[in-house]
Ligand binder design. Structure first.
Ligand SMILES: Nc1ncnc2c1ncn2[C@@H]1O[C@H](COP(=O)(O)OP(=O)(O)OP(=O)(O)O)[C@@H](O)[C@H]1O
Ligand SMILES: Cc1cn([C@H]2C[C@H](O)[C@@H](COP(=O)(O)O)O2)c(=O)[nH]c1=O
Length: 218
């Protein structure tokens, strides 16, 4: 069985990292093998690219360079970590994937969603997530959460204007409308335990569906 691939999307401080860690424990306790990972990063080459993209000193980075670096990090992470995990039947929980590029570079940077989709189609070669959770939150709330967080350094993208972060949200809302069969919107303003319950419920349903279709094949 090929393991399912779930991506988690949303603005800064939406709670993706928190919920992925909780879901990993929740699913592992139920006997699933789970790989939790993140973009940009997750493996050495992509973490190196991450440190370049997010370096607050690189304010002169061109938007297209930024988009290509995210796509390059994505490609390496996909072939080195995500595909092998899926092939060995593990559940993949990925903190950000292609929709981050569509919302941030495509929409908020103004490079065009379809242009960014096109370079990313080359990078992902058909490996779209089985399901994407979009954690919807007012950008002001998310930015305030990360400002208060001890564990989170402020990176180059965090430093963008509030209007950029509003555009990111608008971009995500458009994506949720464009891909309703893949993207599930979660209210990330709720308390952590409620966000976890909402997300886990959908994942268990999806796993049940996948187990059923697997039974039919055998
Ligand atoms: N539902 C929630 N309600 C209140 N605070 C939360 C909630 N979820 C997460 N937080 C807190 O908000 C901060 C950011 O959470 P987290 O790192 O999980 O977000 P994120 O979406 O991964 O952010 P980013 O993508 O910007 O790194 C943390 O301090 C976390 O404890
Ligand atoms: C994958 C991806 C990410 N981004 C942005 C989104 C965030 O501002 C940073 C990553 O930081 P995080 O703390 O790990 O969330 O990068 C982007 O603009 N485009 C992308 O494709």
């Amino acid at each position: 069985m090929v393991g399912p691939f779930f991506s988690f999307e949303g603005p800064e401080g939406a709670g993706k990292t928190t919920i992925i860690a909780m879901l990993k424990d929740f699913l592992t306790e139920r006997g699933w093998e789970v790989v939790a990972t993140r973009e940009p990063g997750g493996i050495e080459i992509a973490e190196e690219i991450r440190s370049i993209i997010l370096n607050p000193a690189y304010i002169k980075m061109d938007g297209r360079t930024e988009a290509l670096l995210y796509a390059a990090a994505r490609r390496q992470h996909l072939v080195e970590k995500i595909i092998p995990a899926m092939t060995s039947g593990k559940i993949v929980l990925c903190d950000r994937f292609i929709d981050s590029s569509l919302a941030y570079q495509g929409f908020a940077r103004g490079l065009g969603m379809d242009e960014i989709l096109s370079i990313n189609q080359f990078a992902i070669d058909g490996y779209f997530p089985s399901l994407t959770f979009y954690f919807d939150l007012e950008p002001e709330v998310g930015l305030e959460r990360i400002r208060k967080s001890q564990q989170r350094e402020i990176n180059r993208l965090d430093m963008e204007s509030l209007s950029f972060h509003h555009k990111v949200r608008q971009g995500y809302l458009q994506l949720a409308q464009r891909f309703p069969e893949r993207i599930v919107q979660i209210d990330a303003s709720k308390p952590v335990d409620e966000v976890l319950a909402d997300t886990a419920h959908i994942i268990l349903k999806k796993l049940g569906e996948q187990e059923k279709s697997f039974d039919h094949e055998t």
